[in-house]
Design a protein around this ligand. Structure first.
Ligand code: ADP
Ligand code: MG
Length: 481
């Protein structure tokens, strides 16, 4: 099959749960994992006579997102009722936004594999309430309904159909995920459904300007699944069209076990939902002052932080990107630099390689690191003031991870202080030379390569504690005879 003649067109809709303590229209809690229906109050249940009241924090978070993607914040926007029938939607409608969303017209820049930057348009982001959950496990011939999630605030972030491959889609999603977590408006937990994606996919012949008919694959909740689902869907659509078929606009489901998507239902049109402005809620008016206040409180965004790390700390783009991948990691790194007084590059190596490597092995993350920023700084201080060598520092770090105490305690207890006293190093060199007359003769007759052998022997004789610079210098002198 000639995939080369085809182009994929992809637009993503991301549902992002906002990190508020209470629901979007009531005071019920939003915490994940509670006993079913213990967080379903009268508003959540949609009992007659109750009225929704907008959660101000949810609005603030939606505006925060809009500002972070350079979008327009609506001066006036409204909620709308979106009608459909489903057991986990007790009111028979979802409160969402339709014609006047809070956020419109932003963008997110993603980096492609070849290093180039591509701008993906963000059509809109609107506020809405999450639905409840239907539970099938543990119920024979029945379905359980848990309404704890119903009414959890969401923003639905809709991209323009600017994405052209599964890889670009994943890059966009990762960028968006990083951003909402940075902003502190979403916990980003994909397993718990805090950040989930619907993928709209169509294909067309290359060079064609009209879009093909799309399908929408619902609720894919990991980056890897999104990639697989999109790849499967592109391939499927090409095959359908090439064998003379037609793509029907429909909603599909991804099955992670088979890596396939299958048709779920034909797609509703907007007029099936009978949208109309919700008469129970007042229009939202965002004044210029209100928006300016939120703008002033925006944290430093990942992109800006990465550039500052490159400039202020002289880091490579790669290191800067790694160290700014999360706010916690970036803060950890900056705390280490500040408290250790060690070179920024040395700190970067330790945090990005040694620390992250160790955390990865332990299955921990920066927030639960057994070695805190102050503790790591205490170790790097001892490299900087030459108390220990970089090599010995690795041993000390292992001991710190194992909970043996701070760097100074371990260095004292294990007697790891670096030997800088030249007479002690010279005496070790003398012993090594006396014990290896053959190698000495070979070295002196021109076998320069043996220098490394002598360095190794001296380090061994001093249990690795001799200052490497001093060993090199003194050994050169002594071997020369
Ligand atoms: P709906 O709300 O019915 O899902 P929208 O018009 O809001 O429809 O579009 C939803 C998503 O589908 C957007 O992300 C948009 O970029 C994407 N999209 C629209 N048309 C196409 C198409 N032909 N191929 C791929 N994606 C598309
Ligand atoms: Mg949709």
């Amino acid at each position: 099959m000639a995939n080369d003649n085809w182009e994929a067109v992809i637009g993503l809709e991301v549902h992002c749960q906002l990190l508020t303590k209470s629901k979007i229209f009531s005071g019920a809690a939003t915490a994940y994992g509670a006993e079913p229906n213990t967080q379903a109050d009268a508003v959540t249940l949609g009992l007659p006579g109750v009225l929704p009241v907008l959660n101000g924090t949810a609005l603030r978070m939606a505006v925060t997102f809009g500002l972070a993607v350079d979008a327009q914040i609506a001066e006036r926007c409204v909620f709308a009722r979106k009608h459909y029938f489903y057991p986990d939607l007790p009111k028979g409608y979802q409160i969402s936004q339709y014609e006047l969303p809070i956020v419109s017209g932003g963008h997110l820049d993603i980096e492609l594999e070849d290093g180039s930057v591509k701008t993906i348009g963000i059509t809109r982001a609107h506020m809405e309430e999450d639905a409840g959950k239907s539970l099938h496990e543990g119920f024979v011939g029945q379905t359980g309904i848990d309404l704890n999630r119903a009414g959890t605030p969401l923003i639905e972030i809709v991209s323009e159909p600017d994405i052209r491959s599964a890889q670009e889609a994943v890059a966009y999603l990762k960028k968006l995920h990083q951003l909402v977590v940075y902003l502190g408006i979403c916990d980003g937990n994909m397993q718990e459904g805090s950040f989930r994606c619907d993928a709209n996919v169509s294909v067309r012949h290359k060079g064609e300007s009209k879009f093909g008919t799309r399908t929408e694959t619902k609720n894919v909740n990991s980056f890897r699944y999104v990639e697989k689902a999109i790849e499967y869907e592109i391939q499927r659509q090409i095959e359908v069209i090439e064998s003379g078929g037609r793509i029907v606009q429909e909603t599909r489901l991804f099955n992670p076990d088979t890596g396939e998507t299958r048709a779920m239902r034909t797609k509703e049109d907007a007029n099936d939902y009978r949208y109309f402005p919700d008469p129970d809620l007042l229009p939202i008016v965002c004044t210029a002052d209100y928006i300016a206040g939120i703008r002033a409180g925006l944290p430093e965004l990942p992109e800006a932080k990465r550039l500052r790390f490159e400039q202020d700390y002289g880091l490579s783009a790669y290191d800067a990107r790694t160290l700014t991948s999360s706010r916690e990691l970036a803060a950890y790194y900056e705390a280490v630099v500040k408290a250790s007084g060690a070179e920024a590059k040395l700190c970067a190596n330790w945090v990005a390689t040694d620390l992250l490597g160790a955390l990865n092995k332990l299955g921990q993350d920066i927030a639960t690191s057994p070695v805190g920023a102050d503790a790591l700084a205490g170790l790097l201080k001892r490299i900087a003031d030459k108390t220990i060598s970089g090599k010995i520092a690795k041993e000390v770090f292992e001991a710190m991870l194992a909970g043996e105490g701070d760097a100074d305690t371990i260095i004292q207890k294990r007697g790891l202080v670096q030997i800088t006293d030249e007479s002690a190093i010279i005496s070790a060199i003398d012993k090594v030379m006396a014990a290896n007359p053959g190698q000495l003769a070979d070295y002196r007759s021109g076998k320069d390569k043996l220098f490394g052998f002598f360095v190794g022997q001296v380090m061994k004789a001093t249990q690795g504690k001799a200052n490497p610079d001093a060993v090199n210098r003194l050994l050169k002198e002594k071997l020369a005879g």
